[in-house]
Design a protein around this ligand. Structure first.
Ligand SMILES: Nc1nc(SCCc2ccccc2)c2[nH]cnc2n1
Length: 160
């Protein structure tokens, strides 16, 4: 019968880039532990999505974003789990500070042609090429557990 609508929770994901390199963090605990990823987390009630992205980036890497652009929206569902993650992805090209290890994240610069996809979420290898060539994107991924994508849609969009 009809699909019960999932409960949406809004998260941010900030991708920090400099010429031909990408800053990723190895998640040391919690959701996505052991995977390299951008920097992000839950958006609190009293902040905008962008404010949440700036806050999480500083908490997790020590970097203060000076300019961040919305580049994508990714929806993640996990079979059997009623919560849908609505992840707003940002490109950070101007920031202050140097990346530092925090409780949550061990940061490291990677060349764009040396991204450790085998130690990342399986969807990343699908949308990073769109991100790296500068197109905006919308995606939906249905996971079984944290390592298997059962189905997905991914489209380039003009506007988010
Ligand atoms: N790249 C990527 N990121 C995430 S979660 C990012 C947002 C987040 C959520 C919760 C805590 C911290 C950060 C993913 N989930 C499923 N595939 C995925 N791919």
């Amino acid at each position: 019968y009809f699909q019960m609508p999932a409960t949406r929770k809004v998260f941010t994901l900030a991708m920090v880039r400099k010429t031909n390199s990408l800053l990723l963090g190895l998640k040391k605990k919690g959701f996505g532990e052991g995977k390299w990823n951008g920097f992000g987390g839950k958006v609190e009630k009293d902040e905008t999505v962008s404010e949440g992205a700036v806050r999480e980036l500083e908490e997790e890497s020590g970097l203060v974003a000076k300019c961040l652009r919305k580049i994508g929206i990714l929806e993640f569902e996990f079979a059997g789990d009623p919560v849908l993650l609505e992840v707003h992805v940002f490109d950070v090209t101007h920031y202050e500070g140097e990346p530092v290890e925090t409780e949550e994240m061990l940061p490291q610069w990677f060349p764009e042609d040396g991204i450790p996809y085998d130690q990342m979420w399986p969807d990343d290898i699908l949308w990073y090429p769109l991100y790296l060539k500068g197109t905006k994107f919308k995606g939906y991924f249905l996971y079984q557990g944290h390592d298997t994508i059962l189905e997905y849609t991914l489209t380039q969009v003009e506007h988010l």
